[in-house]
Design a protein around this ligand. Structure first.
Ligand code: UT7
Length: 333
């Protein structure tokens, strides 16, 4: 049997730090409200002319490849998660592939929002287990600062999101001891409009964006924050339990939980449900906000850099987001 193993992790966050206090120049909010409701202190915003979605992903990927001791040329496939691509089409995976000089290699763009990275990891894992590919680059990258409404009208959404990118290298291994044990994916389209951006949608009478579409807020993120929150706390716990049960394990076996960084209160609720200590849960939302598909690989890469992941550890990745989608992965490091 062939399995897949993560052999390199990398991330890139833009240098521009935007604090909660900085946000008060555009909207009525406060550092106190944001920290109390979300845990976020600051986030990063990309620099126009320097960063793009694909360039940030390329930087994260180069670091992940370096750490794996590999050159881009040996990668068989790129699986790239983002909801904020550089172009409407083709996807940013093409642009990153070009930047890394990997012409000819297949790329897969996926858009499963906050669960995007775990979906991407699962896809790469299946390719490797089937024997079709031996090395995969799995990426999550987002530039959210351009589309959030930074006026008071958009504050419930704007204060949460940030920009950044993370990447993981997956390689084939025969080892039963160090591998991705399983991945678990879910979606429920009944809640699509509880967190969505309508435009630029193609099911419209006109080709061009009209003033009405803009005035109606079609390009803004619409979020039913309370509904997202309530579903998130249930689904996170459920999908973690599902992964553990599939492997004959219990919450007590988890060494490190790396949740999607949606809200510190969500992570804290899940931590308590699972009976884990604070040291067993990775939280960096304080410094980066919610970076959607990039949040798990950034958190994972930082945890690895900080020496929080040891050989043989049981890692659990878990995500919930727009769609709704939710997903988990269990990894024996
Ligand atoms: O990855 C998935 C992505 N999304 C999520 O995970 C979001 C999940 N939901 C949440 O994290 C929370 O629902 C939010 C952080 C978005 C909002 O927190 P909340 O505790 O659910 O607040 P709320 O929306 O119920 O609003 C409470 C009050 C309202 O004022 P009134 O009506 O009570 O007077 C809001 O207008 O807080 C107000 N408010 C703000 N005040 C200051 C909303 N946003 C802000 C803000 N600053 N940024």
């Amino acid at each position: 049997m062939t399995y897949s193993r993560i052999t390199g992790l990398g991330y890139y966050v833009p240098e521009n730090v935007v604090t909660n206090q900085d946000l008060t120049q555009w909207m009525e909010t406060s550092d106190e409200w944001i920290q109390e409701r979300t845990g976020i202190r600051e986030r990063r915003y990309f620099t126009y002319g320097k960063d793009t979605n694909a360039s940030m992903a390329a930087a994260a990927s180069r670091q992940a490849l370096d750490r794996a001791g590999l050159s881009p040329g040996v990668v068989d496939v790129i699986v790239y998660a983002t909801i904020t691509p550089d172009y409407f089409f083709p996807g940013s995976a093409f642009l990153m592939q070009r930047e890394l000089g990997m012409e000819g290699k297949p790329v897969i763009d996926i858009r499963e929002q906050c669960s995007g990275f775990v979906y991407a990891l699962s896809i790469a894992d299946q390719f490797i287990k089937s024997g079709m590919y031996r090395t995969a680059l799995v990426v999550g990258s987002e530039i959210q600062s351009t589309w959030i409404d930074k006026s008071t009208a958009g504050r419930n959404v704007a204060v949460i999101f940030g920009d950044g990118a993370g990447a993981a290298v997956l390689q084939a291994t025969p080892s039963l001891d160090h591998r991705i044990l399983s991945t678990h994916l879910h979606a429920d389209g009944r809640y699509a409009e509880d967190l969505y951006v309508r435009e630029p949608g193609s099911s419209r009478p006109n080709r061009a964006a009209t003033k009405e579409m803009v005035d109606e807020g079609g390009f803004d993120v619409v979020m039913n924050g309370n509904a997202v929150f309530k579903h998130a706390v249930l689904r996170f716990s459920e999908v973690i339990e599902e992964a553990l049960a599939a492997n004959g394990l219990t919450p007590g076996d988890i060494d490190l939980l790396v949740p999607h960084q949606a809200n510190i209160r969500i992570s804290e609720y899940v931590r308590q449900q699972m009976g884990l200590s604070e040291q067993q849960v990775v939280n960096n939302i304080q410094r980066y906000g919610n970076t959607t598909a990039a949040s798990i690989p950034i958190a994972l890469a930082e945890a690895w850099e900080q020496g929080r992941i040891k050989e043989g550890d049981l890692l659990c990745l878990a995500a919930f987001g727009s769609g709704f989608t939710w997903a988990s992965a269990l990894i024996r490091w």
